[in-house]
Every structure is written in structure tokens, then in C-alpha cells.
Write a protein that binds this ligand. Structure first.
Ligand code: ADP
Ligand code: ASP
Ligand code: MG
Length: 437
């Protein structure tokens, strides 16, 4: 007899497995879900704070063993490449702790369960330590465990390269493990359980009036994630779009329907602005008085890209007297290195000087509705002007507008834009209060 079983991949983030009590309560939830007959694959993160703690340990040992107290950062730089391999070995242990604790908790509830590290599945990745990309997943082991009635518990955030090296997928990477596993297993749904009950119109930690979205398009979620909304790792959303994985974000602490991330926009209401994202860790650099002639931009950005520093927004001024200024933004932790490269280039080009500011933030509004509406940018600029916030950089695409502003105005800007675009939660009317007259 053919029994149509539902296969669900569930992912529990760091806060959700942050204490033994919480791990036990996840085990209890799994026990309940099992009584429905669902096949369950569980992906877990490291316990809250663990990945930071491990990173600090690595920084601690490196600063004690050399005079160079610079924080360890993943970069494709030959001199520190070996460090990154070892950092991945270290960071991957965080998730390994959680899988075994969860399986022990499940076994104590007499549930047959088995844990796997990324390498044991295997989840094959490229060799870029610290931000490896998943290339291939062999789901055979998982399928046979499921067929034998086991719950499979997988360590998120990690994989193995073709030489057997442990790799990690970048911060927030357990989301990507879960969605990629769901794709490889052809699961019916992938559920991301976290410490908020869905995707909101803005980070509810800085906008208390933010609203939970019932649904959001993959396209919008992709923008929100890549512009700073860390509720889902960008690559997880990419996988969900590419392999059509039904993806839902839910709370691990309360019952609810969460937010569905979907490509099927059929009868979905298309809001003008779906949400607002921010990134408080930006920096900008300006090289002044460079020759206004062909080839100069490539002389500047060539060495920056060779150092694997990502550039985000760029502005070049109109040239005056055959010379011009060029400004661009980088991530704050790459600011010092970008600046020293730029100072060298400035000397070679005979530029006037290099000035920089590492207190920049980026605020972005995102919505597919922008495609069919004019005037959204001017509304955004008006709102910021009324708050006295100076816009230092602007960049746009079909479905988003981003501005660079001083980071001290970040929260003010996000809240003001949230209200101005009508995203604020309308307080529900209290039925016991007499209506205002
Ligand atoms: P986990 O440890 O479960 O992976 P994360 O901390 O990575 O959880 O992601 C959840 C957090 O994302 C929330 O606590 C919230 O502060 C933040 N966040 C940022 N933007 C949003 C948004 N638009 N909707 C919901 N949460 C958001
Ligand atoms: N533990 C990793 C992190 O803290 C991966 C994850 O939680 O998704 O970024
Ligand atoms: Mg996360």
C-alpha cells in the first residue's frame, strides 16, 4: 500500500536551541509532530552566542601568538588562508554540539533519531572557507533513515569540500542548509523556526509598530535579506526560489502561521512597499581630484577587487577642470584595508587626497509595487528631509531604493519611513473601550 507521507524540513536557530530547556522543548515539539506521521528532518544552529564565542577564541589565540591583534576575517588572501581552514574546523563544532544534544533529548523520549554533521551527509561545497557555497547534496543516507522511521538531525552552517576539508557557509548559514536539504529531499515544506513569528515589514526590534507579513515574494525577500534583514540568509532565499521550495518563517516559541515566502503571487496583494531593511555597518571613501578620463575607475577598483573587498554604492561627480571626485561604500570591517589601498592609488594617480567616513548606514525600501508606481523615491527623500537627515549616497533597482546616511540616524530613518509608507501596525480597537466621539 502506498502511504503519502509529508516530508518536512524544520530549522531551529540559535535562540531556539539556546539552553538545555529549549532543546528539550524542541524535542517535545518533534514528538508531537511525529504523531501526525510526518517525516522530519531537523536542521539546527549552534546554541545562542556560541559562534561568536568560538570566533573570539580564535581571535584570542591569534592575538596572543603574534603582535598583530587584527581580528581574524575570512578573505581569499594567501597569507591567512590556512587560518580560515582552521577557523571553519572550530566554528563547525558549535552546530555539532546541538545535534547531539537534540538527538539525546529525542532518544530520552524514545524517539529513534540520528545526527549528522554536514560532512557526514555529505553536503558538498566549494572550498571558500567562511562563505562556502553548496554544490551538491547526496540525500541517500537521509532517505534511508527516514524510511526506517528515524528523525534525522543535521548540523546547519557546514559542509565538506572535495578534499575533505570542513567548510562553513557564512553567518546565518543554517537557513541555507535547511532550504538546500529541503530541495535535495524534495520536501513538502521547509520551516524556519526562529525568535520572531515571521517576516515583518521591518526588524521588529527597532520598529515596534512593524507588522508580520502573511506572505512575501521570493524576489522581495531576496532584496530584504541581502540589504540586511538577517531573518533569512540571502542564499537560503535564492535556493527557495531556484528549486521552488515552499518556505515558511515561524516562531519556535508560539503557535502561528508565520510568513510564507512564495513565487506564486497569483491572488496575493501587491503592496507598494513590502518592507524596510537596514545595515548599520557601512563605510564610505572618497578619492578627490582624480583625472576625469577613461581608465581611471578601473585603476581604482581593480586593486580593491583584487583584495576581495566588495564595493556597494558608487558616485562619481561631474568633472570640473578635467578633474573629478569618486566616492564608494564598503563594509565597515573592510574600511581600513580599502582606505590604505586607495591612498596608494591616490599617490599613483596624483589625486588631491582621500577622505573617508566609517559611520555610514544604509536604509532600503523594498517592494515589487515600485515597478508600477512613480514618485516613491521622492517620497522617501521628503521623509528623510523632514527628519533633518542628510542623504549621502543613493542607489536604486527596479524594486528597491537604498540611501546611505549617518549611522546615528538609522533608527529614526527606518521608523519615519515605516510610518510614511503606511506600514505601521494599526492598533486594534479595544471592544471594551467606548468609541471616541
Ligand atoms: P536565528 O538565530 O533563529 O537564525 P536570527 O537572529 O538569525 O535568528 O534572525 C532573526 C532576527 O532577525 C529577529 O530576531 C529580528 O531581530 C531580525 N530581523 C531583521 N529584520 C527582520 C524582519 N524584517 N522580520 C523579522 N525579523 C527580522
Ligand atoms: N551558527 C551560525 C551563526 O551564528 C549559523 C546559523 O546560526 O545560522 O551564524
Ligand atoms: Mg539566523
Amino acid at each position: 500500500m502506498y502511504i503519502d507521507m509529508t516530508l518536512v524540513v524544520e530549522k531551529y536557530g540559535g535562540t531556539s536551541v539556546g539552553t538545555l530547556k529549549r532543546i528539550r522543548s524542541i524535542a517535545d515539539r518533534i514528538a508531537v509532530a511525529r504523531t501526525n506521521g510526518d517525516q522530519l528532518v531537523i536542521v539546527v544552529s549552534a546554541m545562542a552566542g556560541e559562534t561568536d564565542r568560538l570566533t573570539d577564541l580564535a581571535n584570542g589565540i591569534l592575538s596572543q601568538s603574534s603582535n598583530d591583534s587584527k581580528n581574524i576575517q575570512y578573505r581569499d588572501d594567501e597569507s591567512t588562508k590556512d587560518n580560515f581552514r582552521e577557523l571553519d574546523v572550530l566554528l563547525a563544532t558549535g552546530e555539532q554540539v546541538t545535534i547531539s544534544l537534540l538527538v539525546l533529548a529525542l532518544q530520552s523520549l524514545r524517539i529513534d533519531a540520528k545526527s549528522y554533521t554536514g560532512g557526514q551527509i555529505p553536503i558538498r561545497t566549494d572550498s571558500v572557507h567562511g562563505k562556502a557555497r553548496i554544490l551538491e547534496i547526496d540525500p541517500a543516507n537521509v532517505h534511508s533513515d527516514l524510511a526506517e522511521g528515524r528523525v534525522v538531525v543535521i548540523a546547519g552552517f557546514q559542509g565538506v569540500d572535495d578534499r575533505g576539508n570542513i567548510t562553513t557557509l557564512g553567518r546565518g548559514g543554517s537557513d541555507t542548509t535547511a532550504v538546500a536539504m529541503a530541495a535535495a529531499l524534495n520536501a513538502d515544506e521547509c520551516r524556519i523556526y526562529t525568535d520572531v513569528d515571521g517576516v515583518y515589514t521591518a526588524d521588529p526590534r527597532i520598529v515596534p509598530t512593524a507588522r508580520r507579513l502573511e506572505q512575501i515574494t521570493v524576489e522581495e525577500m531576496l532584496e530584504l535579506s541581502s540589504l540586511g534583514a538577517k531573518v533569512l540568509q540571502t542564499r537560503a532565499v535564492e535556493f527557495a526560489g531556484k528549486y521552488q521550495v515552499p518556505l515558511r518563517v515561524l516562531s519556535s516559541f508560539e503557535v502561528g502561521s508565520g510568513t510564507l515566502i512564495t513565487n506564486k503571487v497569483g491572488n496575493m496583494e501587491q503592496p507598494l512597499i513590502a518592507g524596510i531593511a537596514y545595515n548599520g555597518d557601512e563605510a564610505k571613501l572618497t578619492i578627490r581630484g582624480i583625472p576625469d578620463q577613461p581608465g581611471v575607475a578601473s585603476r581604482i577598483f581593480g586593486p580593491i577587487s583584487e583584495a576581495h573587498i566588495n564595493i556597494d554604492m558608487i558616485i562619481q561627480n561631474v568633472g570640473l577642470d578635467d578633474s573629478t571626485d569618486l566616492t564608494f561604500t564598503v563594509k565597515r570591517d573592510e574600511y581600513a584595508e580599502a582606505r590604505s589601498i586607495l591612498v596608494e592609488i591616490a599617490k599613483e594617480l596624483g589625486a588631491k587626497d582621500v577622505v573617508g567616513d566609517d559611520t555610514l548606514a544604509k536604509v532600503s525600501i523594498v517592494g515589487v509595487g515600485m515597478r508600477s508606481h512613480a514618485g516613491i523615491a521622492s517620497t522617501m527623500f521628503d521623509v528623510l528631509a523632514k527628519e533633518g537627515i542628510n542623504i549621502e549616497m543613493i542607489s536604486t533597482s527596479e524594486i528597491k531604493i537604498s540611501v546611505g546616511i549617518a549611522d546615528q540616524y538609522l533608527e529614526l530613518a527606518v521608523r519615519a519611513l515605516h510610518a510614511a509608507f503606511g506600514l505601521d501596525l494599526v492598533p486594534s480597537e479595544d471592544p471594551l473601550e467606548p468609541a471616541a466621539v
